[in-house]
Ligand binder design. Structure first.
Ligand code: GAP
Length: 433
């Protein structure tokens, strides 16, 4: 099994990711996050928000509507240019993205392909109550435009001054021709983005672009991504998206292949200029210092939450030999781990142990996500938590009743130590920082 198959299996087995609408045979390109997956994703988004909004004085947040006026998508260029080249096999009629095919014959049946035609990725939807008068619009293809259409609102309702950024996290939708690779290419997914507005000065803005590249790379590293598993890849000029002046991807080494995880784009003044043109609203910024009015340049960092979650799982996945047996561990950064601590009573049929363990779990739950397991032998419970990425396990045994202490076991080192129940909160607060 390669790492993709291993993660697919673990994700389903442990409750990270399930195929969407599975009991109805599934819906291609959609996924549901289970009890552990939802925590992982939430932790990624919270960390993003903390570093990008909370800890910065020059960035504010926003949460725009998913469905916007269709004019937005005309202005942004998504209706005319947001497409991939599609080919169809003349024999089996399977469809593929022409730019991702290795040969010139169908990989499924060896048939010949049609000429490529551009296939628009926007997902259509209809609003309104009267048949025939419904408004055709779109589920947003990127979360970006919700920020740019609010550029003036943010300026007039807050005290921001250039340079400043607006961050957003939310769902985006694309009618991908070939969804696949677990959540890697989905039709519904989440993005975490920053739109950073700067003076329209190419040299200075390229410096800011470099700073954001570095900042985003460091963010992934600070959350435990291995240095050798990340790299920058520059987009060639003829590969640039319709809005971009320059673009780099942060790529992750997923098994044998480098895969895009986040894009850092220099969008020039594309979005504000186009919205000014299409809406008729003045989108310029008035510079108090120079008394000039201008359209700002935009530096964007655009990450996929689902891709980050998938790659954090791959990055943390380890199989190691312990006493002749294979131990599977998810070495997730404690900040990202779905559960921080698991609490076990040594024996489920000893009410005093269960009661004490429940009390401990109850106290810890006030501060963190706590898992509970009272089934099977302790060794199996440890293994299950290793696979779930839980950094610490607490076992309540008979000595706990006498001495007021418990065994704490570390996921990564498997070392165990006795810790006073009274000091548990402080013990974990220190280690999970
Ligand atoms: N606003 C710019 C933008 O959307 P993008 O490179 O098209 O740029 C940014 O997308 C990120 O969104 C990607 O790096 C990837 O992490 C994520 N993403 C894009 N399409 C995706 C898909 N079909 N499934 C999952 N994630 C996707």
């Amino acid at each position: 099994m390669d790492i993709w198959e291993k993660i697919t299996s673990l994700a389903k087995r442990r409750g990270f990711i399930y195929p969407g609408s599975e009991i109805y045979g599934g819906l291609a390109g959609t996924w549901d996050y289970g009890p552990l997956g939802v925590e992982l994703k939430r932790n990624i988004k919270n960390e993003f928000w903390k570093t990008m909004v909370q800890e910065r004085s020059d960035v504010v947040g926003l949460d725009a509507a998913i469905i916007m006026s269709p004019k937005v998508w005309e202005a942004s260029g998504h209706l005319s240019s947001f497409s991939d080249p599609l080919v169809e096999c003349k024999k089996c009629h399977h469809r593929f993205r022409a730019d991702q095919l290795k040969g010139d014959r169908c990989p499924d049946c060896g048939g010949e392909f049609t000429e490529p035609k551009q296939f628009n990725l926007m997902v259509e939807t209809y609003l309104g109550v009267i048949e025939g008068e419904k408004l055709k619009t779109y589920l947003r293809g990127e979360i970006t435009q919700g920020v740019h259409v609010n550029f003036k609102n943010v300026m007039s309702s807050t005290r921001v001054k250039l340079p400043f950024g607006v961050a957003q996290v939310g769902k985006a939708f694309r009618n991908e021709i070939t969804p696949g690779g677990l959540t890697f290419r989905s039709r519904e997914f989440e993005q975490m983005e920053l739109q950073y507005y700067v003076k329209p000065d190419m040299k200075a803005s390229l410096k800011t672009f470099e700073e954001w590249k570095k900042n985003r790379m460091e963010w992934y590293l600070s959350l435990g991504m291995k240095k050798g598993s990340l790299r920058f890849k520059e987009h060639a000029k003829d590969e640039l998206a319709h809005y971009a002046k320059a673009a780099f991807d942060i790529e992750f080494l997923a098994g044998e292949e480098w895969k895009e995880m986040e894009g850092i784009h220099h969008r020039g003044d594309w979005d504000v200029r186009r919205h000014q043109e299409y809406s008729g609203e003045d989108m310029t910024y008035f510079d108090e210092e120079t008394k000039e009015k201008y359209l700002p340049y935009i530096i964007e960092t655009s990450g996929g939450v689902d891709r980050a979650a998938l790659f954090f799982l791959m990055n943390g996945y380890i199989e190691e030999d312990v006493d002749g047996e294979t131990r599977t561990v998810l070495k997730l950064h404690p900040k990202l781990a779905p559960y921080k601590v698991a609490v076990f009573p040594l024996l489920a049929n000893k009410p005093k142990l269960v009661e004490l363990a429940e009390n401990i779990a109850g106290e810890l739950r006030k501060d963190m996500m706590v898992a509970w397991d009272s089934r099977g032998n302790i060794g199996k419970r440890y293994r299950a938590q290793d696979e779930a990425g839980t950094p610490y396990c607490v076992t309540v045994d008979f000595d706990s009743l006498e001495n007021g202490d418990v065994t704490v076991r570390d996921r990564d080192t498997m070392k165990q130590e006795r810790v006073k129940i009274k000091g548990l909160q402080a013990y974990f607060a220190e280690r999970l920082k």
